[in-house]
Design a protein around this ligand. Structure first.
Ligand code: GAL
Length: 735
């Protein structure tokens, strides 16, 4: 039987530091740094003992991701090189190991090597150097299961089928015979069917038919099944389990369908980066991001801009029911022939790694926002279709009338706000489809970006700007909901991200997220969240800090209240409360239009003039005539509480588990104090280390940090203190 174990511990970095993977070569400051700090080679070494039990077995290391140009040597002999920084690679150690200690050396190079994607031009994101994902030690029989591809050809039929294509790994070229058995199991491990085939070559196809009682993989109930393969040959046995789901996904000229039912896609783009540690946060942070996208932002799709992302992230998307648009590495620039060949390889590696994920519904096979290149993109599409005939391809462009070599015209539409920039049309949320495609027929069409650089917004920006940020997200969503030919809209972007000097606000940050880099929501986050149904969660988010003089001229009107309630009530001071319905005149198509409180809701006297007494307000949301949520703002906020909350109260001592802690400065009503620009000091004791500095400012009323387990079990003490609030403590347990 195979054994796959982590190979993350016991590494030495640059000949001196003991490190555990995932690891970032250079921890960067939050902002205002020189990204060239990691543009150089780095060396990781690890000494390990060969296990006598490995004799006669195949031994390999599997790297989930190393940025970039990785070269792996064992005992001074180069065994493998892998240029791409985002895809998995395997290094065969069989026959190269010596008895006793072996010395493994991995060099990576963080320089932006123009010979490989995404490099060669300028890119609006950072590609932090390091062995930033897990490494695994895989020991198998000499003949083992190499690849598993599962298809569910008639997922919607009452009796379903599973087609399995297994590729056997036989690196020693041994004569093949034996049996491969496939067993389908449900989540409880119950067998639902089994089939066996004789082994004659390395490519084996198995089928299970007439399967009854199978549940579909759906967003609200993402049922997963596992396919267990058991291989027995004269050279030993092997087994794998692969999780998958039964579902259909189809982009049509009349919108997207999941399991045959129309579904408007509502999503955001995600970069896989985090403050300080860049790409190098492991499983917990990857899974948490998926949860934030699904459960806090209430999205149904994420685009992995602009590269294949962590297997942990994708596995979790499968588990929680979050659709994925996955794409190859690249950003605007197309290089020479060998560069393009590497991009085509990236298509292969991405699809081979990820073809069993039910969450993935489309492959992005263009370099994001590049120009047309017929031969290159005919080839990326050909390869994608050849490897996976079950998924459609897209290719993200911003150019219009681009050659449609893909199945879905995937368009970054940044038209909104054009009029402010000297554009010649009135405010428009999205361009007409025929204009962008240049085609006289409707085609499957998906918006893959909007917003972003057109309107960068920080959580501590003036309220008016934040309100406009909210409106822009709402307007595009509304337009996408209103056009049945549009499959959906994926905005730019979920989280703020560090970037090169050529982009962003000069601070090496693109403040393009609806959440900041700590994943703390800005107000625009609730433009998305409020589209969920109140049975899922009642959302009531007034787009205001509730102050008389924060907006130009003063006052808080028009006041957008992002909500999925039927109606809201606003009670200002002792004035009679007002009932306000969602603004369906302005937002015709959104599942839940915001309520917008404006001057028409008040008498001249109530409108109040500059200099009158400012009052408290209570805003109540009603569903089915009943009050379901209440928000109160005080007219005299004072700094009252420093809230310190961890995402979980336990972490795993093993591995390099991590947990996010958020710190928020709150007033007496529990509202954040966005303009409290004061420092807090973080102290961590016990079984974890703090990632990032100990002294940090509150930004927009909050800050955050990640704790990383050090490998021992025990309590982790967290103390966050400020002159204003004194100290707040929190305990997390490493177990
Ligand atoms: C797009 C690009 C994204 C990001 C965005 C900012 O052009 O595809 O990666 O740079 O602009 O709005």
């Amino acid at each position: 039987m195979r054994s796959v174990t982590t190979f993350n511990d016991g590494w030495v970095f640059e000949g001196k530091d003991a490190v555990t993977l995932p690891h970032t070569a250079v921890e960067l400051p939050f902002s205002y740094f020189d990204e060239r700090a990691y543009w150089r080679p780095f060396t990781y070494t690890r000494t390990f003992r060969a296990n006598p039990g490995w004799d006669g077995k195949e031994v390999a290391l599997v790297f989930d991701g190393a940025m970039a140009d990785a070269v792996v040597s064992l005992n001074g002999v180069e065994l493998a090189a892998h240029k791409d920084g985002y895809t998995q690679f395997e290094v065969r150690l069989t026959g190269k190991l010596k008895a006793g200690d072996n010395q493994l050396t991995v060099t990576i190079d963080g320089s932006e090597n123009p010979e490989i994607p995404p490099f060669g031009g300028r890119i609006d994101y950072l590609t932090y150097a390091g062995i930033y994902r897990d490494v695994w030690l895989k020991v198998t029989a000499p003949v083992s299961i190499g690849s598993v591809k599962i298809e569910t050809p008639d997922a919607l039929a009452p009796k379903k089928s599973v087609r399995v294509r297994a590729g056997l790994a036989n690196p020693q070229g041994l004569p093949l015979s034996g049996t491969l058995t496939a067993t389908l199991r449900d989540a409880k491990g119950q067998s639902l069917g089994t089939v066996a085939a004789a082994v004659s070559g390395t490519d084996i196809v198995l089928a299970l038919d007439g399967l009854g009682g199978i549940a579909l993989w759906q967003l609200a109930d993402p049922r997963l099944y596992t396919l267990e393969l058991n291989l027995v040959t004269p050279h030993g046995s092997d087994a794998t389990t692969t999780s998958f789901g039964f579902r259909t996904a189809e982009f049509t000229a009349d919108g997207f369908r999941l399991n045959g039912k129309p579904l408007k896609l509502r999503g955001l783009n995600r970069h896989q980066s985090f403050p300080y540690s860049g790409y190098a946060l492991g499983r917990a942070a990857q899974e948490r991001d998926a949860e934030i996208l699904k459960h806090e932002l209430k999205l149904n799709i994420v685009r992995t801009s602009h590269y294949p992302q962590s297997p942990w992230f994708l596995d979790h998307c499968d588990r929680i029911g979050l659709l994925v648009f996955e794409e190859i590495p690249g950003w605007q620039h197309i290089g020479g022939e060998s560069w393009k060949a590497e991009a085509v390889e990236n298509v292969r590696r991405m699809i081979r790694r990820d073809w069993n994920h039910p969450a993935i519904v489309i492959w992005g096979v263009r370099i994001n926002e590049s120009q047309d290149d017929h031969d290159f993109y005919a080839e990326t599409n050909r390869v994608a279709h050849e490897l996976d005939s079950t998924r459609q391809t897209g290719g993200v462009r911003y150019i219009t009338e681009s050659e449609m070599l893909e199945d879905v015209y995937t368009m970054n539409d940044f038209i909104l706000g054009n009029e402010e920039l000297g554009g010649n049309r009135p405010r428009t949320a999205l361009r007409p489809l025929s204009e962008t495609t240049g085609l006289d027929r409707p085609v499957p069409y998906l918006i893959t970006e909007y917003g972003g650089h057109m309107y960068p917004t920080k959580s501590f920006d003036q309220e008016q700007r934040q309100a406009e940020h909210v409106l822009r997200h709402l307007e595009v969503l509304d337009a996408a909901y209103g056009n049945p030919n549009i499959s959906g809209a994926i905005g730019w972007c979920a989280f703020d991200y560090n970037t090169h000097k050529d982009f962003g606000s000069g601070d090496r940050i693109c403040h393009h997220g609806v959440m900041d880099m700590f994943r703390e929501p800005k107000l625009a986050a609730y433009a998305y969240a409020s589209q969920c149904e109140p049975e899922d969660e009642v959302i009531l988010k007034p787009v205001t800090v509730w102050a008389r003089g924060e907006r130009n001229i003063g006052g808080v009107l028009p006041l957008i209240v992002l909500t999925n309630c039927d109606e809201i009530e606003l009670a200002y001071g002792s004035h009679p409360p007002k009932r306000i319905a969602p603004d369906r005149a302005r937002f015709l198509h959104l599942p839940h239009a915001p309520a917008i409180v404006d001057r028409t809701h008040f008498s001249a006297e109530e409108l109040g003039l500059w200099g009158m007494q400012w009052e408290d307000v209570r805003i109540t949301g009603f569903v089915g005539g009943k009050p379901v949520k209440d928000i109160r703002f005080v007219s005299d906020p004072v700094a009252t509480t420093l809230e310190v909350v961890a995402d979980r109260d336990t972490v795993s001592a093993a591995g390099r588990d991590c947990v996010r802690v958020m710190v928020r400065a709150l007033d007496q009503a529990g509202n954040k104090l966005p303009f409290l620009l004061e420092p807090v000091e973080i102290a961590v004791t016990g079984a974890a280390r703090l990632i990032g500095p100990t002294l940090v400012p509150l930004r927009g009323g909050s800050t955050g940090f990640w704790l990383e387990a050090t490998g021992v079990a025990g309590p982790i003490g967290v103390r966050v203190a400020s002159p204003r609030f004194g100290a707040t403590t929190l305990e997390v347990t490493a177990q």
